[in-house]
Design a protein around this ligand. Structure first.
Ligand code: CA2
Length: 146
Protein backbone atom coordinates (compact mmCIF):
# COMPACT_ATOMS: atom_id res chain seq x y z
CA UNK A 1 0.00 0.00 0.00
CA UNK A 2 1.16 3.58 -0.70
CA UNK A 3 2.64 5.36 2.32
CA UNK A 4 -0.01 7.55 3.91
CA UNK A 5 0.47 11.25 4.65
CA UNK A 6 -1.80 12.91 7.18
CA UNK A 7 -2.37 16.55 6.17
CA UNK A 8 -3.61 18.46 9.20
CA UNK A 9 -4.91 22.01 9.29
CA UNK A 10 -5.67 23.86 12.50
CA UNK A 11 -8.10 26.55 13.57
CA UNK A 12 -9.74 28.91 11.09
CA UNK A 13 -8.10 27.32 8.07
CA UNK A 14 -11.58 26.11 7.07
CA UNK A 15 -12.09 29.79 6.11
CA UNK A 16 -9.43 29.70 3.40
CA UNK A 17 -10.56 31.46 0.25
CA UNK A 18 -13.45 33.16 2.05
CA UNK A 19 -11.64 36.02 3.85
CA UNK A 20 -8.23 37.76 3.86
CA UNK A 21 -7.16 36.58 0.37
CA UNK A 22 -4.35 39.17 0.48
CA UNK A 23 -2.73 37.06 3.23
CA UNK A 24 -3.94 33.51 2.59
CA UNK A 25 -4.81 33.48 -1.12
CA UNK A 26 -8.00 32.70 -3.02
CA UNK A 27 -7.99 28.90 -2.89
CA UNK A 28 -10.41 27.17 -0.54
CA UNK A 29 -9.32 24.39 1.79
CA UNK A 30 -11.21 21.94 -0.44
CA UNK A 31 -9.16 23.20 -3.43
CA UNK A 32 -5.93 22.66 -1.47
CA UNK A 33 -6.95 19.18 -0.36
CA UNK A 34 -7.93 18.16 -3.89
CA UNK A 35 -4.60 19.40 -5.26
CA UNK A 36 -2.72 17.56 -2.49
CA UNK A 37 -4.54 14.29 -3.19
CA UNK A 38 -3.77 14.54 -6.92
CA UNK A 39 -0.09 15.34 -6.42
CA UNK A 40 0.28 12.68 -3.73
CA UNK A 41 -1.17 10.02 -6.05
CA UNK A 42 1.35 10.98 -8.75
CA UNK A 43 4.13 10.67 -6.15
CA UNK A 44 2.96 7.25 -4.96
CA UNK A 45 1.54 8.54 -1.68
CA UNK A 46 -1.91 8.49 -0.14
CA UNK A 47 -3.41 11.41 1.77
CA UNK A 48 -5.82 11.83 4.64
CA UNK A 49 -6.73 15.53 4.91
CA UNK A 50 -8.33 16.86 8.08
CA UNK A 51 -9.05 20.25 9.64
CA UNK A 52 -10.12 21.08 13.16
CA UNK A 53 -10.72 24.19 15.23
CA UNK A 54 -10.14 22.13 18.40
CA UNK A 55 -6.71 21.52 19.91
CA UNK A 56 -7.67 18.19 21.53
CA UNK A 57 -9.04 16.81 18.28
CA UNK A 58 -5.75 17.64 16.53
CA UNK A 59 -3.86 15.92 19.38
CA UNK A 60 -6.03 12.80 19.02
CA UNK A 61 -5.51 12.65 15.26
CA UNK A 62 -1.73 12.97 15.73
CA UNK A 63 -1.85 10.11 18.26
CA UNK A 64 -3.89 7.99 15.81
CA UNK A 65 -1.34 8.68 13.06
CA UNK A 66 1.22 6.65 15.03
CA UNK A 67 -0.47 3.56 13.60
CA UNK A 68 -1.51 4.83 10.17
CA UNK A 69 0.72 7.54 8.66
CA UNK A 70 4.32 7.61 7.48
CA UNK A 71 4.34 11.41 7.58
CA UNK A 72 2.36 14.35 8.92
CA UNK A 73 2.18 17.66 7.09
CA UNK A 74 0.73 20.14 9.56
CA UNK A 75 -0.35 23.74 9.46
CA UNK A 76 -1.24 24.19 13.13
CA UNK A 77 -2.59 27.72 12.53
CA UNK A 78 -2.49 29.84 15.66
CA UNK A 79 -1.77 26.74 17.77
CA UNK A 80 1.74 26.86 16.29
CA UNK A 81 2.45 29.72 18.64
CA UNK A 82 0.74 28.38 21.77
CA UNK A 83 0.35 24.62 21.87
CA UNK A 84 2.71 22.51 23.94
CA UNK A 85 0.03 19.77 23.70
CA UNK A 86 0.41 19.52 19.93
CA UNK A 87 4.21 19.54 20.28
CA UNK A 88 4.00 16.72 22.86
CA UNK A 89 1.76 14.66 20.57
CA UNK A 90 4.17 15.15 17.66
CA UNK A 91 7.08 14.17 19.90
CA UNK A 92 5.29 10.86 20.55
CA UNK A 93 5.00 10.26 16.79
CA UNK A 94 7.91 8.49 15.09
CA UNK A 95 7.28 9.44 11.45
CA UNK A 96 8.25 12.46 9.38
CA UNK A 97 6.79 15.84 10.39
CA UNK A 98 6.74 18.83 8.03
CA UNK A 99 5.26 22.18 9.08
CA UNK A 100 3.56 24.52 6.62
CA UNK A 101 2.50 28.14 6.99
CA UNK A 102 0.76 29.81 4.10
CA UNK A 103 1.98 33.26 5.10
CA UNK A 104 5.52 34.27 5.99
CA UNK A 105 5.10 34.23 9.78
CA UNK A 106 8.48 35.97 10.19
CA UNK A 107 7.25 39.00 8.28
CA UNK A 108 4.18 39.34 10.52
CA UNK A 109 3.57 40.21 14.20
CA UNK A 110 6.27 39.15 16.66
CA UNK A 111 3.94 36.65 18.39
CA UNK A 112 3.83 34.63 15.14
CA UNK A 113 7.61 34.32 14.88
CA UNK A 114 7.89 31.41 17.31
CA UNK A 115 6.37 27.99 16.63
CA UNK A 116 6.44 25.17 19.20
CA UNK A 117 5.87 22.71 16.36
CA UNK A 118 9.11 23.78 14.66
CA UNK A 119 11.08 22.11 17.47
CA UNK A 120 9.78 18.77 16.14
CA UNK A 121 9.42 19.40 12.42
CA UNK A 122 12.12 18.09 10.07
CA UNK A 123 11.31 21.05 7.81
CA UNK A 124 9.29 24.25 7.82
CA UNK A 125 7.77 26.05 4.84
CA UNK A 126 6.43 29.58 5.31
CA UNK A 127 5.33 32.24 2.87
CA UNK A 128 4.87 30.09 -0.24
CA UNK A 129 1.10 30.42 -0.15
CA UNK A 130 -0.96 27.27 -0.48
CA UNK A 131 1.76 25.91 -2.80
CA UNK A 132 3.63 25.19 0.44
CA UNK A 133 1.50 22.09 1.00
CA UNK A 134 2.51 20.75 -2.41
CA UNK A 135 6.18 21.50 -1.76
CA UNK A 136 5.94 19.67 1.55
CA UNK A 137 4.39 16.66 -0.19
CA UNK A 138 7.27 16.58 -2.69
CA UNK A 139 9.73 16.67 0.21
CA UNK A 140 7.84 13.89 1.98
CA UNK A 141 8.00 11.77 -1.18
CA UNK A 142 11.80 12.30 -1.39
CA UNK A 143 12.36 11.42 2.24
CA UNK A 144 10.02 8.40 2.24
CA UNK A 145 11.37 6.95 -0.99
CA UNK A 146 12.76 3.47 -0.43
O1 CA2 B 1 0.30 31.38 7.66
C1 CA2 B 1 -0.29 30.42 8.16
O2 CA2 B 1 -0.56 29.40 7.53
C2 CA2 B 1 -0.78 30.49 9.61
O3 CA2 B 1 -0.55 29.21 10.20
C3 CA2 B 1 -2.25 30.80 9.55
C4 CA2 B 1 -2.88 31.04 10.92
C5 CA2 B 1 -2.07 32.05 11.73
O4 CA2 B 1 -2.61 32.15 13.04
C6 CA2 B 1 -0.61 31.65 11.81
O5 CA2 B 1 0.09 32.64 12.52
C7 CA2 B 1 -0.01 31.52 10.43
C8 CA2 B 1 -4.30 31.61 10.78
C9 CA2 B 1 -5.19 30.81 9.91
C10 CA2 B 1 -6.41 31.61 9.64
O6 CA2 B 1 -6.83 31.30 8.35
C11 CA2 B 1 -7.74 32.11 7.75
C12 CA2 B 1 -7.91 31.93 6.42
C13 CA2 B 1 -8.80 32.72 5.73
C14 CA2 B 1 -9.53 33.69 6.40
C15 CA2 B 1 -9.36 33.86 7.74
C16 CA2 B 1 -8.46 33.06 8.43
Amino acid sequence: MAPQVLILNGPNLNLLGQRQPEIYGAETLADVETACAALAASLGLGTDCRQSNHEGELVTWIQDARATAAAIIINPGAYSHTSVAILDALNAYDGLVLEVHISNIHQREAFRHHSYVSRRAEGVIAGFGTEGYLLALRRAASLLAP
